[in-house]
Design a protein around this ligand. Structure first.
Ligand SMILES: O=C(O)[C@H](O)[C@@H](O)[C@H](O)[C@H](O)COP(=O)(O)O
Length: 230
């Protein structure tokens, strides 16, 4: 398996190039359909990209945004991905976009899943664009190896989002599921550093999705591009 990798000379250049690419994808969807939908990752890598994308001029009022996954923490927590997009993507013109949160402020994520799935169906599905990060353990979104609902989330008939607990995640998670990640018209994997480049090579050599859930993206029939910088 060979995945298309775009290597950029610096992390700053990577953030700008990915923002340009996604703004172009969103603009094409807006020109064709009059609306566009996007899912973005949380974690430590995407901040500069999210800030760059949020500053791009687009008809953001016609764009709906969600997260690829969320940590079940209050939105005031510095581990909240919703907080991250509020402090990056939604600081610029993109503040006019509609947002479908994955966090629902119930004690347990499972209690919010019907409402979360309904809002995803109403606002953002199918996705025009999904951007995912990847962990060195080969997770993408919150599809972690060893997660309690991993098999259900990889199933072709999975609901759009599932609550997930995983040994590698310090708090409960909510994740978009395999059919949503596969169904997005355009997918991007945003990774930095040699350890993740090596992890990607491991994922390409794997055959088992439960061992390497990021393969949900690698085996898509629709386009996937990896954006990488050292
Ligand atoms: O909320 C999250 O943790 C994510 O969305 C997750 O899937 C992330 O993209 C990877 O864990 C990579 O995270 P880093 O960018 O922090 O390495």
């Amino acid at each position: 398996m060979t995945t298309a990798v775009e290597r950029h000379p610096s992390r700053e250049a990577l953030a700008g190039a990915l923002a340009d690419r996604i703004a172009a994808d969103l603009k094409a969807a807006l020109d064709t359909r009059g609306r566009a939908t996007l899912a973005v990752p949380g974690g430590t890598t995407p901040g500069p990209f999210l800030t760059a994308l949020g500053a791009r001029p687009l008809n953001w009022e016609r764009v709906a945004v969600t997260l690829t996954d969320e940590r079940w923490v209050p939105t005031s927590s510095d581990r909240s991905n919703q907080r991250l997009v509020g402090e990056t993507l939604f600081r610029g013109p993109a503040a006019g976009a509609e947002f479908a949160p994955l966090y629902g402020a119930t004690a347990e994520p499972a209690q919010s899943m019907d409402a979360v799935c309904a809002s995803l169906e109403r606002l953002v599905l199918p996705l025009d664009v999904v951007v995912c990060g990847m962990g060195e353990d080969l997770h993408a979104a919150s599809l972690f190896p060893g997660a309690d609902k991993l098999r259900a989330a990889l199933a072709p008939d999975a609901p759009p989002a599932l609550a997930m607990r995983a040994p590698g995640a310090p708090e409960p998670r909510v994740t978009l599921t395999a059919p949503v990640l596969r169904g997005a018209a355009h997918a991007y994997l945003l990774i930095v550093g040699a350890a993740k480049r090596e992890a990607l090579a491991r994922a390409e050599a794997e055959t088992d999705e439960e061992t390497a859930p990021v393969r949900v993206l690698l085996t898509r029939t629709k386009p996937l591009t990896v954006f990488y910088a050292d």
